[in-house]
Write a protein that binds this ligand. Structure first.
Ligand SMILES: Nc1nc2c(c(=O)[nH]1)N[C@H]1C(S)=C(S)[C@@H](COP(=O)(O)O)O[C@H]1N2
Ligand SMILES: [Mo]
Length: 516
């Protein structure tokens, strides 16, 4: 219909390459913006951009993921976001360039992307069927924008070639609209009343109020870490590109599998149980000697052991297979959780407030003395009693251990010239932890000299880390190295042997360089 037989044949002039690339990139932006907008209102998890990001995380080979965590640490999500942005620009450029000679090919490329996005969105464990509309909207908008811009950029367009300025104007307007769509979609998604729901949960009063952190538990003035890690500074590690947003009133947990009696419990019922407070230091198995993937908080929640006693764990079940709403799973040893003094819990409060969304709101699991990846499932919705032979959790096939007791560790956080007349003394501060065992002592040595005992901060319980401080005398100006090593309450000293985080946690003495 657009090309009448009477149209006089002219040699076809092509779009310039930059114009074609711009058409494609703007089309991809528009598609993602539209998808994010629709998803924000229908089902946040179905946003093609987020779904592709999440699927990408799950399919990333373990070695690459380990590099990402060790290179970017808790910024690995940002790195992924930027990386995906770069890929999208490449993809858009390819689609635009294809359109120069063959519009159908360029359009088909966008449709293909849409299909990938749809599968990624629907393949998420928590996507609703209505979520398919988001990638669909993305494809429709992406194709429409691509064709519109290509028409304008093609010199022999019907209605005469548009000026370069008006083409750029249209492209800019569409890109802005895409950005606006994404922002509005993001706001809609964030308005899922999680904030209101968190407010209704509020501060839970435990049956055993924890004493405030003991005075002298840390050495902040000397450069040490705070004994209690504020929520905003607490490290975050998970496979969720964008954390699930679950309202407490919509939450429930099913305990099933090798149990005598299945239990299904909602948030109100969980809150009706005795709430216990515990001060527990968390460590990630990806913690590298001297790294930051460790934090200490006051948690309030219910006893997991008591719930499992009610369910009646059948003999032979040796694995607690917990799942989060977004599909992450963890393998926790039954025998550890069932130890009466272990303190395995389903936590609802962190440092006096409801769990922050990033830390698992409304409910997460935690087991003092186990690394997070085998015990600390955030956004937990399912617990299955099973065997290690029957099921593998998220990290197991990726080459990590399926048990994961925390290894004793210590690190230096600062070394500074002490104030005062004896100006060749250096004050060294640090932290040490051996969750559920406790720290008996820490020693330091400067430049490979004699070991000296550090002074331990006040004891905040065996599940919490221990801060320490030492004054090293006779340290002249220049560059130096200080090392530290901890001894557990069982008398066993931290090994000097360096090992990598995978498969079951790093070991080795932390060596810290400083200059005075
Ligand atoms: N749902 C979910 N829970 C999870 C994870 C995850 O990827 N998804 N990662 C675990 C890991 S590896 C660690 S170390 C802890 C970190 O908890 P935090 O982010 O609250 O510090 O959460 C654990 N719980
Ligand atoms: Mo972890």
């Amino acid at each position: 219909m657009l090309s009448s037989p009477e149209a006089q044949p002219r040699p076809q002039r092509l779009m310039t390459k930059p114009a074609a690339a711009l058409c494609g990139v703007v089309a991809v932006l528009a598609a993602l913006g539209a998808g994010h907008l629709v998803a924000g209102y229908l089902d946040p998890q179905s946003s093609p951009y987020l779904a592709v990001g999440n699927s990408f995380i799950d399919r990333t080979p373990a070695w690459l993921k380990n590099i990402a965590i060790s290179t970017f640490g808790t910024n690995d999500k940002l790195a992924l976001l930027l990386g995906m942005g770069a890929v999208m620009i490449l993809v858009g450029t390819a689609a635009g360039l294809l359109c120069r000679r063959n519009r159908a090919a360029g359009t088909g490329f966008i449709v293909l992307l849409g299909i990938v996005g749809t599968f990624a969105a629907l393949g998420r464990p928590d996507t609703k069927a209505v979520g398919a509309l988001a990638p669909l909207a993305a494809v429709v908008v992406g194709v429409a924008v691509l064709l519109l811009l290509v028409c304008q950029a093609t010199p022999d367009a019907i209605g005469g070639p548009l000026s370069r300025r008006s083409f750029l104007g249209t492209a800019a307007a569409l890109a802005a609209a895409a950005g606006l769509g994404a922002v509005v979609g993001q706001r809609a998604r964030n308005s899922t009343d999680v904030a209101a729901s968190r407010a209704t949960v509020g501060t839970v009063t435990p049956v055993n109020a924890l004493a405030p952190a003991p005075g002298g538990a840390d050495f902040l003035a000397d450069g040490g870490l705070p004994f209690i890690t504020p929520n905003a500074d607490f490290y975050r590690i998970d496979t969720a590109f964008d954390p699930p947003r679950i309202r407490a009133e919509d939450w429930s947990l099913r305990i099933h599998g090798m149990v005598d009696k299945e239990i299904s419990i909602n948030f109100a019922q969980l809150m009706g149980r005795p709430q216990l407070a515990q001060r527990v230091t968390f460590t990630c198995v990806s913690y590298e000697v001297g790294g930051d993937l460790v934090g200490n908080a006051d948690w309030v929640g219910v006893s997991l052991r008591d719930l499992l006693l009610e369910a009646g764990v059948r003999p032979g079940a040796n694995q607690i297979f917990s799942s989060s709403q977004d599909g992450f799973t963890a393998s926790t040893p039954v025998d550890v959780v069932m130890q009466p003094d272990r303190g395995a819990m389903l936590a609802v409060n962190m440092n006096g407030e409801p769990l922050p969304v990033e830390h698992g709101f409304p409910v997460r699991m935690l087991v003092p003395g186990l690394y997070g990846f085998v015990s600390a499932t955030k956004w937990i919705t399912d617990i299955e009693l099973t065997t290690y032979a029957a099921k593998q959790a998220y990290w197991t096939p990726r080459g990590w251990s399926d048990h994961g007791p925390v290894k004793i560790a210590s690190k230096v956080t600062a070394a500074r010239r002490s104030v005062g007349p004896s100006n060749n003394t250096v004050t060294v501060t640090g932290a040490a932890w051996a969750q559920h065992l406790g720290i008996a002592g820490v020693q330091i040595r400067v430049d490979g000299g004699a070991w000296q005992d550090a002074r331990l901060g006040a004891d905040g319980g065996t599940d919490a880390w221990r801060m320490w401080r030492a004054d090293a005398a006779g340290v002249s100006g220049g560059s130096h190295t200080v090392e530290c090593r901890a001894t557990g309450a069982d008398g066993v000293q931290q090994t000097e042997q360096m090992s990598r985080p995978d498969p079951d946690g790093a070991t080795g003495w932390h060596s810290f360089n400083f200059t005075v």
